[in-house]
Write a protein that binds this ligand. Structure first.
Ligand SMILES: C[S@@+](CC[C@H](N)C(=O)[O-])C[C@H]1O[C@@H](n2cnc3c(N)ncnc32)[C@H](O)[C@@H]1O
Length: 256
């Protein structure tokens, strides 16, 4: 799976309409959710930071951010993106979120995993183990915040389902068009193979190269994720809509 993101890494910004605008907007929205749900909130651990979208956004809002991801290439790029935006205090490292507590230790105020990272874990046991690690990374009273695609609203069957990413992007004389293709597992309708096609056209010589990256997702529904968060020990677990571009799931590590 890290291979998918290692390959996507140089193109990652191209799937955003405007990476800087997303960093700013997501930082502001996540900060508002954090402020209204938890009273103490200075330190944030992002266990699936990718190229740093939320980590950089929250750092700009004054949080002390520690960030990790399974993909070494993305972590390297996240460091560069943070430097370019003068957010040099973020501590970046490579880590599988299923070992987050062993790697980062505990006592964080907030732990996050955003933009559909959790569904890369393909079994309930794996998701539970990541959630338990997130729980142990928190101080008592600390908050967990997860965002995933709204699988309750998705058609969970079929193959060759095409989902384009907004507009094409032009960069350095090349046009980039990104598409997702989903192929559901037709036995259980819970998992799907995912191919991201990045089509790159040189606008001078018209040569076209297509990069295809493969991964797999668990189309986990809200009810199941909420139950797993509760099983991991979180209390007051709820789904929030309309405060972010994806549904947000929050829970709190009990004080005792
Ligand atoms: C869609 S990306 C989101 C990245 C980032 N949060 C963002 O919004 O830009 C999903 C991320 O989950 C990471 N990921 C998947 N499985 C992981 C795991 N077991 N531990 C840590 N990161 C993981 C991937 O490497 C990828 O960076």
């Amino acid at each position: 799976m890290s291979n998918f993101y290692d390959k996507l890494c140089p193109f990652y910004h191209l799937i955003f309409e405007d990476l800087d605008a997303s960093i700013e907007k997501q930082g502001s929205q996540l900060s508002a959710i954090i402020e209204s749900n938890w009273s103490q909130h200075q330190t944030v651990l992002d266990v699936s930071c990718g190229i740093g979208t939320q980590a950089i956004g929250l750092s700009k809002y004054g949080y002390r951010v520690t960030a990790s991801d399974l993909s070494a290439n993305e972590v390297e790029r996240a460091k560069q993106e943070a430097q370019q935006r003068e957010q040099t205090n973020i501590l970046f490292s490579v880590c599988d979120m299923r070992t987050a507590f062993g790697h980062h230790g505990g006592n964080f105020d907030i732990v996050i995993s955003c933009d559909n990272s959790i569904p890369h874990l393909l079994t309930d046991d794996d998701i539970l183990s990541a959630l338990q690690q997130m729980y142990f990374c928190l101080k008592p009273g600390g908050g967990c915040l997860i965002t995933i695609r709204d699988y309750d609203q998705e058609q969970r069957c079929g193959k060759n389902i095409v989902k384009p990413y907004g507009k094409a992007k032009i960069e350095n004389g090349k046009r980039y068009v990104a598409l997702q293709v989903w192929d559901f597992d037709e036995q259980h309708f819970q998992h799907y193979d995912f191919t991201l096609y990045m089509i790159e056209e040189d606008l001078n010589c018209k040569e076209v190269v297509t990069h295809a990256m493969h991964s797999r997702y668990y189309a986990i529904g809200s009810e199941k994720l909420i139950r797993l968060m509760q099983n991991a020990g979180f209390e007051n677990v709820i789904r929030l809509d309309e405060s972010f571009y994806q549904p947000v799931f929050i829970g709190t590590r009990p004080l005792t």
